[in-house]
Design a protein around this ligand. Structure first.
Ligand code: PLP
Ligand code: COI
Length: 339
């Protein structure tokens, strides 16, 4: 059932699906991408033998549209989502969707659903979920020849707990394998994280951190966000690993941290070192910056700045990032585009 705008409580939105008036869809067949268009259809019909159902040929993206104080709408670095989707598609043997067409389609979806972009000041935003699936009927394991690219949008609030710190644990399982698909935004990585996440929730944690899949010695990332730590000397540190998603929020924070003199570095982060971080957090489009209050592993609990209050560096980076996204602060990097 299509959502009615008057039924939404902007200040109390969860991270949930609302069926909005318009989606976008384009199909790849006969060896080329057909022109895409807005559609009121928010479902896809598939053959029982469709590639995606059996062999998981799927890639997706996540980005947000932000309502500014002047009523206009910002997108944040959408071309990087488009480029990452090309990389993910290539890794999954899919035909990439063109970057310019991706950005244009995102803008069309935002405009068509404009009344569902949450008001400025609510902290909420319109989440966009572009995805692509292999649709041909196959029995043997071989790439699809037909694809569907689709975008849906849904208004969202906080994914974790805003700027309030949460407790995390460490997974004993992996989300992606060594030399596997960890750098691609593909459904299988998320399917394999579900068990660990559910276990973490049952034990009272907000979520779990994954370690590197080869040695279980280094910090990799969370199931839906990259990790950062701030050393006692004030350095911004984030893991360098072949099995994590190249986060756009991470790339942006590396720049902001540099400009704030936090001497940022991407390097392998041995788990043994987490005790040396004065602050820690999860970063991503959905997570924004979610402070990690504590990290529990093998019976030992590492507490960072505080279990109830975000640290000063985390707060500063959060305000800077969110300020640019909502158009409250200058954007010297030209990261935002108005729709
Ligand atoms: N890592 C994983 C596994 C994710 O799913 C996400 C979310 O997209 C991120 C990191 C953060 O990436 P980004 O900042 O581009 O949203
Ligand atoms: C995002 O941040 O956009 C993601 O895709 C993460 C997902 C776990 C919600």
């Amino acid at each position: 059932m299509k959502e009615k705008v008057e039924n939404l409580d902007w200040n109390n939105l969860g991270f949930e699906y609302h069926d909005l008036p318009y989606d976008f869809e384009a199909k790849y067949k006969d060896g080329e991408w057909q022109p895409g268009e807005l559609t009121t259809r928010s479902s896809v019909e598939l053959s029982v033998a469709a590639e995606v159902l059996h062999y998981g040929q799927e890639v997706f993206e996540g980005l947000k549209a932000y309502r500014r104080k002047d009523g206009k709408i910002n997108l944040f670095r959408p071309e990087l989502n488009a480029e990452r989707m090309v990389d993910s598609a290539e890794r999954m043997m899919m035909v990439p969707y063109p970057v310019d067409a991706f950005v244009d389609a995102v803008k069309q979806v935002v405009k068509a659903n404009e009344e569902f972009v949450p008001p400025y000041g609510t902290g909420a935003s319109l989440y966009l979920r572009p995805f692509m699936i292999g649709t041909s009927s196959v029995v043997g394991v071989t790439p699809a020849t037909d694809y569907t690219f689709h975008i849906y949008a849904t208004p969202v609030g906080a994914y974790v707990n805003g700027l309030n710190p949460s407790p995390y644990t460490v997974s004993e399982y992996d989300r992606a394998s060594y030399a596997g698909t960890g750098q691609a935004k593909t459904s299988g990585n998320y399917a394999s994280s579900l068990f660990s996440s559910a276990k973490a929730h049952q034990e009272g944690y907000a979520d779990c951190l994954f370690l590197d899949p080869r040695e279980h010695k280094y910090v990799d990332e969370f199931g839906g966000a990259n990790f950062f730590g701030i050393t006692k000397e004030g350095q911004f540190v984030t893991p360098k690993s072949e099995s994590i998603l190249p986060s756009i929020t991470k790339r942006s924070l590396l720049q902001l941290a540099k400009d704030q003199g936090l001497d940022p570095v991407e390097r392998p982060v041995p788990f043994d070192e987490v005790d040396q971080f004065a602050e820690a957090g999860a970063m991503g489009t959905a997570a924004v910056i979610s402070p990690v209050g504590s990290l529990t592993y093998e019976g030992k609990k590492h507490v960072f700045y505080s279990e109830t209050e975000a640290g000063p560096v985390t707060t500063k980076l959060y305000n800077e990032l969110v300020g640019i996204q909502y158009g409250d602060r200058p954007d010297p990097y030209n990261w935002t585009q108005t729709v």
